[in-house]
Write a protein that binds this ligand. Structure first.
Ligand SMILES: Nc1nc2c(c(CN[C@H]3C=C[C@H](O)[C@@H]3O)cn2[C@@H]2O[C@H](COP(=O)(O)O)[C@@H](O)[C@H]2O)c(=O)[nH]1
Length: 389
């Protein structure tokens, strides 16, 4: 999106806490030889998809709530995606516009099968109400109509979303200048594109206008790669896990410089290797790398290996969406990410994957579906899959 791209460049040129290291951008581009590993949308197997308008409704609600999972160490994006999916599978009307307007905090928790208050729960409930109310008022209750009214333009869809739904207006004031990052509105477009494979509700003639999505995972990956450099005060705050205040210069710089760095990466790939990549594809690669295991992002060759391993592992587990047994999944996942030497870790994960597959087969016969355990297992995947076999 042009407003996001221009904002990111504006901030990056004035940034004082964060710098984009162009030499490191070039090193990464050379190392991957312009080939960004293809990561499939829904590589985790946790999203609802029925190829129709209900999927659009699901994705819109999902992305309305797609922020801030970290304050609860057990909660992740997976819980939201798989929780809403299960809720829809149980009751196709769960995300109808009138229902969205009446959810309370405890009801939202129940919908997601989450046992305690969600981070920023009141705001999440407010967003649900806003989405339900505006969908009903302007789009006949259906997010699919919102998408249709954008006429296959990603930029128009983002304009419509941010005009009608204030909760998606991801703006900040930086050094007296308004900057636009539109993380969740852009993720929604990318989700449609990914889920519908660029067809039907996912067809956008200007999909290349979308930038990456400035969340808290991609910047961590870019920092690990050496592309983002933080000043010493910011480094200390982040390394000691202090909270970075929303809207602060630091926060805006981290997010905007991430967008800018990937735009530069894309330009360089085009210049050196003649390839026109979409920021969406780079985002999904970096994000999947980040949520799987940061330690592996320092060696991009490993990352290339990751995708192969993932594809193989999904063959093993992909068809099972039943309860895996929490003890097994947890135990294995803890050992897989402990600080052991790489060769040993790979072996542990490999054995873990086999054990998990056995447990999974047994459990799926013995127990009914269980979102919470499934999410735990999915998180384990994310650790195990990136370990080279
Ligand atoms: N840049 C970027 N950020 C993304 C996503 C997604 C999910 N995209 C789905 C689309 C296709 C795939 O199959 C994905 O499942 C979530 N996030 C952000 O991550 C954070 C959650 O992290 P943790 O607390 O560890 O669960 C949180 O800020 C959330 O908003 C993405 O794609 N790109």
């Amino acid at each position: 999106m042009e407003a996001v791209r221009a904002s990111a460049a504006w901030v990056a040129s004035r940034s004082s806490h964060v710098k984009v290291d162009m030499l490191e951008v070039e090193k990464v581009v050379d190392k991957i030889q312009g080939n960004v590993p293809k990561v499939e949308w829904d590589f985790e197997g946790i999203h609802y998809f029925d190829d129709g308008p209900l999927t659009v409704q699901y994705l819109f609600v999902l992305d309305a709530l797609n922020f801030c999972f970290w304050p609860d160490k057990d909660l992740s994006y997976d819980h939201l995606a798989s929780g809403l999916k299960l809720a829809l599978e149980k009751d196709k009307t769960a995300l109808d516009a009138d229902r969205l307007q009446s959810y309370t905090g405890p009801q939202l928790r129940q919908l997601l099968n989450w046992p305690r208050p969600l981070p920023i729960e009141e705001e999440r409930v407010r967003l649900l109400h806003e989405v339900g109310m505006e969908l009903e008022r302007s789009f006949g209750g259906e997010a699919a109509n919102l998408v249709k009214s954008a006429g296959n333009s990603a930029a128009t869809l983002i304009e419509l979303i941010t005009r009608h739904f204030p909760g998606f207006r991801d703006h900040s004031l930086y050094k007296g200048h308004q900057v636009f990052l539109y993380k969740r509105a852009q993720i929604f477009v990318a989700d449609l594109w990914g889920a519908f494979k660029g067809q039907n509700y996912g067809e956008f003639h200007d999909i290349k206008s979308i930038t990456i999505f400035a969340d808290y995972i991609v910047p961590a990956v870019l920092r690990e790669l050496g592309i983002l450099k933080y000043g010493s005060n910011l480094s200390c705050s982040i390394d000691s896990s202090s909270e970075i205040v929303p809207g602060s210069e630091e926060e805006v710089e981290i997010r905007a410089c991430s967008v800018y760095a990937v735009e530069k990466m894309r330009e360089l790939i085009n210049k050196k290797f003649g390839k026109q990549l979409l920021s969406i594809d780079i985002d999904l690669w970096l994000w999947s790398c980040g949520v799987q295991n940061m330690a592996f992002c320092d060696e991009l060759n490993d990352a290339l290996g990751v995708v192969r391993v993932r594809a193989k592992a999904l063959d093993t587990f992909g068809s099972c969406s039943r309860c895996f047994g929490p003890g097994l999944a947890r135990g294995v996942s803890d050992s897989a990410v402990s600080g052991r030497p790489r060769a040993q870790r790979s072996q542990t994960a490999q054995q873990g994957a086999e054990k998990l597959a056995d447990g999974c087969r047994a459990a799926s016969e013995a127990k009914p579906a269980c979102t919470e355990h499934h999410a735990t297992a999915a998180r384990f995947y994310r650790f195990s899959l990136i370990l080279p076999a």
